[in-house]
Design a protein around this ligand. Structure first.
Ligand SMILES: [Zn+2]
Length: 654
């Protein structure tokens, strides 16, 4: 844990133009700096750095953030390591908070496990070149077409037939039995005590190697250190497991490790896409064929931790599967997780006789690249087609498949994206969009317990669940509210009394933060975008405690999603005002802050009402029965009235 004070001094010391300047050639332009964006390919510079605000923003690809965000994105570091990087650059000593004895012990244990794993890797690799090893192990790898360079790069090896080979060498070289056992490289045949700990430590005689007579694939962590192994048998015997893997250890949790990620990382960022295959050999063949942005989830179906790990490098995930649909079915849960995390998921189906390994070996790099780019199909569209085809004339089957597809779509966090898929699926399946929307609504409520929007609901709950969907989004209005809030929170504006039309307009003074927070929390309208909501909630919390809400606080927020959104919120106005000071819009905004805040609030509420009216319209077009229809017509009337009232107020403000 880095103490808050140290984080603050890092932020204060880190000059954005210097941090970025280490990687980008920056030219001074007025008060800002300009350069070629390191995150996308461009010929004319649109990457702007503002020393005054301590932020950067690319007007080409939209990337932006503070100094820490830049290091995180550019150097693919996590938050803590990015802070450490900057601390080193600016000679700031990090006094990490006191670690407990237990923490220290844990660290030594992890380090010892890494050391013993690295030793085992060197041992297995050296065994490839013994008489037995080269006859069995090396010849197998060469048969698969792996070059010496590839074998070296992936640190492949061979575990000899002798079940004491590693154990004896390790002990002779001074490695402790304790860590050999803990790493799972060695197993004990000694009887376990009832409570494990009480049992006497097994002796070396009671132990043997886990891996014997197998080709060894070391598994690395992101920084390239060996943390586990997978071993493939070369026997044809059906009773021998084809693959044996290391057990879970303090350094190896298979649910958050990708095979090959340490070698794929750079390519994933450069290509802004990641290929996912099933096996170790698939990864190696793809890399050898020049498609280096490839990883495998080693035996497990995708987990949420793995998805988040990839998400740090790219939002684009393409899955390469062999033609049989069993593999796809098994991986489905993983796809849904990836969609839920907001990733774009594509799928490439290989010819039925191939897997990624055989396919990569049969084709040239150019052919392989061509195939995977042209055949990549959007996963949801792919699945819809597949299922629609399977259930052509069977209504019950069709109903089931709709549920299945809808469940998949429901996992997608962005509403607009869900809308696109609903359209596409309704087209492929030749089905009313409205029906799909209804199903989607149910599925989402089941999934997230999404509440029915409280506003505008009559007191008596309707028999049919009200729809909470819309193709309209209120996110732009949400961002505008936050922009005004974090920029002007501590200032005061002049407001017009919100009386009925015709009444005399009373004017009054009020704090901008007071006005916005009261207006939003006083109504039932919620934020649609999760990051917007979190920023707003934090503002409310700070306001309640009397802490001033500031741009700076959000620009330096430890949550990268928040700091980046904050940059987006303030940056456009900031850079524009630098570039064209003539701009009347921006000048007059500060002149009448009350007006600015009221416009933001009315705009948001109008949009929310518009969304509700649109939802009702869809019901009214397809009424379920007479009573419902009447009830909804009445509700629509009320909403229309509210809408025109807001419009009036807005006109009065402007
Ligand atoms: Zn860019």
């Amino acid at each position: 844990m880095i103490p808050r004070d140290t984080i603050d001094s890092i932020f204060t010391a880190a000059r954005i133009e210097e941090v970025v300047g280490d990687f980008v050639n920056l030219k001074k332009r007025g008060v800002n700096y300009l350069g070629l964006c390191p995150f996308h390919h461009e010929k004319t510079p649109s990457f702007t750095v503002s020393p005054a605000k301590g932020i950067y923003k690319c007007f080409g690809c939209g990337k932006g953030g503070n100094a820490v965000n830049f290091v995180m994105d550019h150097e693919q570091m996590d938050y803590v390591n990015a802070l450490k990087y900057l601390a080193r650059k600016y000679n700031i000593e990090i006094q990490e908070e006191e670690r407990t004895e237990q923490q220290k012990e844990l660290e030594t244990e992890r380090e010892s496990l890494m050391i013993v794993s690295a030793f085992a890797q060197r041992f297995y690799t050296s065994q490839l070149f013994t008489e037995q090893g080269s006859a069995i192990g090396l010849s197998y790898l060469e048969e698969r077409g792996f070059t010496r360079e590839t074998i070296e790069k992936f640190q492949l090896g061979y575990a000899p037939e002798n079940y004491k080979a590693l154990l004896q060498t390790a002990l002779k070289d001074g490695y402790s039995l304790k860590f050999l056992l803990l790493s799972g490289l060695v197993r004990s045949s000694a009887a376990q005590g009832d409570d494990g700990k009480e049992a006497a430590e097994p002796t070396a005689e009671q132990c043997s190697d886990r891996f014997a007579g197998r080709v060894m694939f070391p598994i690395h962590n992101v920084s390239g250190r060996v943390i586990a192994f997978g071993g493939r048998t070369l026997r044809k015997d059906k009773n021998v497991a084809k693959y044996v893997n290391s057990p879970e250890t303090p350094i190896y949790h298979k649910s958050n490790v990708f095979y090959g990620l340490h070698l794929a990382r750079k390519a994933i960022v450069a290509e802004d896409s990641c290929f996912l295959v099933e096996g170790y050999a698939d990864v190696i063949s793809m890399h050898q064929s020049g498609v280096e942005n490839t990883v495998a989830s080693s035996g497990t179906s995708l987990t949420i931790e793995q998805v988040r790990l990839i998400r740090r490098y790219t939002p684009n995930l393409t899955i390469l599967y062999d033609g049989d649909s069993a593999g796809i079915k098994a991986a489905e849960r993983g796809f849904n997780i990836a969609l839920k995390e907001g990733m774009n998921v594509k799928i490439v189906t290989l010819p039925p006789e191939d897997d990624p390994d055989t396919f990569a070996r049969k084709h040239s790099t150019a052919e392989l690249k061509e195939y995977i780019t042209t055949k990549a199909a959007d996963f949801i569209v792919f699945k819809t087609r597949e299922l629609a085809h399977a259930a052509t004339n069977d209504p019950i089957k069709k109903a089931e498949l709709i549920k299945e597809i809808i469940t998949t779509i429901a996992a997608i966090p962005e509403r607009t994206k869900r809308g696109v898929y609903v359209k596409e699926c309704s087209r492929i399946m030749n089905m009313e969009e409205l029906i799909l929307w209804g199903e989607l609504d149910l599925a989402r409520r089941k999934m997230f317990d999404e509440p029915i929007p409280a506003a505008a609901l009559p007191k008596a709950a309707p028999a049919q669940p009200a729809v909470s969907y819309s193709l309209l989004s209120s996110v732009p209005q949400e961002m505008e509210i936050l922009r005004v809030l974090i920029k002007y929170a501590n200032e005061t504006g002049e407001f017009i009394n919100e009386g009925e039309t015709g009444e005399e307009q009373a004017k009054y003074q009020m704090g901008i933060a007071d006005y916005i927070i009261e207006s939003i929390t006083g109504d039932y309208f919620g934020f649609e975008d999760d990051t917007c909501k979190r920023i707003f909630d934090e503002c409310c919390e700070m306001h309640k405690k009397g802490t001033p809400v500031s741009e700076d606080y959000f620009l330096k927020h430890p949550d990268a999603a928040i700091s980046k959104l904050a940059v987006g919120l303030i940056v456009d106005g900031h850079f524009i005002s630098d570039w064209s000071r003539k701009s009347i819009g921006i000048k007059s905004e500060r002149d009448d802050l009350g007006k600015t805040a009221m416009k933001a609030i009315y705009g948001f509420k109008s949009r929310k009402i518009e969304v509700m009216i649109k939802e009702l319209d869809e019901y009214i077009r397809n009424p379920i029965n007479e009573a419902e229809l009447t009830e909804r017509m009445t509700r629509k009337q009320k909403l229309n009235k509210a809408k025109s009232m807001l419009k009036n107020k807005l006109t009065r403000v402007i």
